[in-house]
Design a protein around this ligand. Structure first.
Ligand code: NAP
Length: 270
């Protein structure tokens, strides 16, 4: 129960990486404020956390609703002694077509969720942490796509996240608020729901699995585990990312952990 008494807010906690971070920290004693769009999934995680002795509060809203996101952060800050950390994790990525043929509606959604909602979350967290004079951390989930200059529109959103993080670190030097960028490689999650279905179906066929992948829909936990087990050198377990977040949260407030890159052993190629 190393995080007993701490309050952590996690966006995009209804699936994948965010869900794993929320459950890991909650099962280690933190009270987790979780948000996403899928209420039953948030509720299932809350049950798991509470069964392990932690606490959780769930909120279902679209992260692009600024007022709902600000309210979520404020509610988290009013719990216990204040907000110890905000993990801005909600995000998505469409497979990039060449920009000449790309879909502006998909670009807009990626920038709205991955960048603008993250900015609104950061601003709300800074305000409540300053108001309560409560030391805190902002952990933003970026991507290894941000390490490649030519990484398409999705990559551009993650370059933006890293630029925002670096700017915040400068702006917050006199505050007890540290900012971390975590850059994952490929990890098991429902991120694939928006990826080119032919790539995912190719992967499923390569593994000899009987999974009917439909674009825009989530796979079950069992299906995700089956894919992960078949490609464990190429697709990481999000527990590694949750452990990285735990490491960051264990540092004293005068120590910043600026950037963490975590990736599986091999590149995923189909
Ligand atoms: N998985 C990877 O390999 C990988 C690699 C690098 C970076 N990342 C980053 O990791 C983060 C988490 O993604 P993931 O891989 O865990 O994917 P995921 O399983 O699809 O989870 C994405 C989460 O974001 C939420 N979300 C997306 N759009 C939203 C919206 N408009 N309003 C509210 N919530 C929204 C989803 O909510 P619902 O499920 O309720 O819709 C879900 O909880 C993202 O920032 C992604 O860019 C992932």
């Amino acid at each position: 129960m190393q995080f007993q008494g701490q309050t952590v807010a996690v966006t995009g906690a209804s699936s994948g990486i965010g869900q794993c971070i929320a459950e890991t920290l909650g099962q280690a004693g933190a009270h987790i404020f979780m948000c996403g769009r899928t209420l039953d999934s948030l509720q299932a995680s809350k049950d798991k956390i509470e069964a392990a002795g932690g606490g959780a509060s769930v909120f279902s809203f679209d992260i692009c609703d600024d007022a709902a996101l600000i309210e979520f952060v404020e509610q988290a800050a009013s719990h216990g002694s204040g907000l110890d950390a905000l993990v801005n994790n909600a995000g998505l990525g469409y497979t990039d077509d060449p920009i000449a043929q790309g879909n502006p509606a998909q670009w807009r959604e990626m920038f709205d969720v991955n960048v603008l909602a993250l900015l609104v979350g950061c601003q709300a967290a800074i305000r409540v942490m300053r108001e309560k004079r409560h030391p805190g951390r902002i952990i933003n989930i970026s991507s290894t796509a941000a390490l490649n200059r030519a990484s398409g529109v999705y990559g551009a959103t993650k370059h933006a996240v890293n630029a925002i993080n670096a700017t915040l670190r400068d702006e917050l030097q006199d505050d007890d608020i540290r900012v971390t960028s975590i850059m994952p490689g490929v990890f098991t999650s429902n991120f694939i729901r928006n990826v080119d279905p032919e790539i995912i179906r190719g992967m499923i066929a390569h593994l000899g699995l009987n999974i009917d992948f439909q674009p825009g829909t989530k796979l079950t936990a069992e299906e995700l585990i089956a894919i992960h087990e078949g490609l464990s050198k190429q697709i990481g377990n999000p527990k590694a990312l949750a452990d990285a977040v735990s490491y960051v949260l264990r540092q004293p407030s005068n120590i910043g952990v600026d950037e963490i890159v975590i990736r599986p052993q091999k590149n995923l190629e189909f």
